[in-house]
Write a protein that binds this ligand. Structure first.
Ligand code: FAD
Length: 233
């Protein structure tokens, strides 16, 4: 009898600018002064929301998601990272892959979103978070929890940039051989396959569709690994 495979499409992908090709500790981190906007030109989330939920929110948008930032934010990127650094962003813009424009109106045209809406989105953000709070998405609370000493700067210094952002950096899949609470592998009828156990990334059905918080995958691996060992013994 064949073992049951479950969890296709489950797991954790991190929000990723299209030009990130490495783990984020090597690729680097986007500017703090940025907004994520959807195909309607609107913000739709706390850009610093937990990685456990942010990709799900991005996936739920209909159409492309763009990270919008200005030249000051680009120039302020710390050196030393492979992709999120001032020169690399410039070279992506020179190549036409990151959108660049002298005004937000022109940028909106390249993004194919309403210029009025994008301008209103950035104006509203500039009037709120850089000088106080983000009442729509409470990003100030996230930044404060992360220990940020200062709020992000306004998005106000052209040229302006837009980089496509999508859930793409793979952390873990929750797919694999379906197991029960004893870590026994199940067959397609739901019966145990005699003598076969699985855990961690190999065993599936434990973590579900979404990653719900830091440490889940390692906790799953060590917990179900121990149970699998005991069951096998
Ligand atoms: C970049 C990144 C960041 C992560 N951060 C976190 C985090 O912060 N918190 C968290 O909980 N989880 C995190 N995870 C997920 C977590 O690391 C994994 O879910 C977990 O390590 C899986 O453990 P595992 O023992 O099932 O598999 P693995 O750790 O992949 O171990 C499988 C082992 O089997 C070996 N192997 C493969 N084939 C063979 C073979 N034929 N013969 C012998 N050996 C073989 C491999 O070399 C490997 O050592 C992260 C994952 C990544 C990629």
């Amino acid at each position: 009898m064949s073992a049951s495979i479950t969890g296709e499409g489950w797991g954790l992908l991190l929000p990723t600018a299209y030009f990130q090709r490495l783990h984020h500790w090597q690729s680097g981190f986007p500017p703090r002064s940025r907004v994520l906007v959807n195909a309607h030109g609107r913000r739709f989330m706390d850009e610093d929301a937990s990685y456990a939920v942010s990709s799900g929110i991005i996936s739920a948008q209909d159409g492309p998601v763009w990270m919008v930032f200005d030249d000051r934010a680009r120039r302020d990127l710390p050196p030393g990272y492979a992709h999120w650094n001032a020169d690399h962003v410039l070279s992506e813009a020179d190549a036409g892959r990151t959108l660049r424009a002298g005004t937000l109106e022109e940028l909106a045209g390249k993004m194919n979103v309403s210029a009025d809406t994008l301008q209103a989105t950035v104006d509203r953000w500039n009037a709120q978070l850089p000088t106080g709070e983000d009442p729509e998405f409470l990003r100030h609370e996230t930044l404060s929890a992360k220990g940020a000493a200062e709020p992000p700067a306004k998005i106000a210094t052209g040229p302006f940039f837009a980089a496509r952002t999508l859930p793409a950096e793979l952390v873990c899949t929750h797919a694999g051989l379906e197991i029960d609470s004893s870590a026994a592998v199940l067959d397609v009828r739901g019966d145990r396959v005699p003598g076969l156990f699985a855990a961690g990334e190999a065993g599936a059905g434990v973590l579900g569709f979404r990653y719900v918080g830091g440490g889940n995958a390692v906790a799953n691996a060590v917990t179900m690994g121990r149970i699998a060992g005991r069951s096998a013994a």
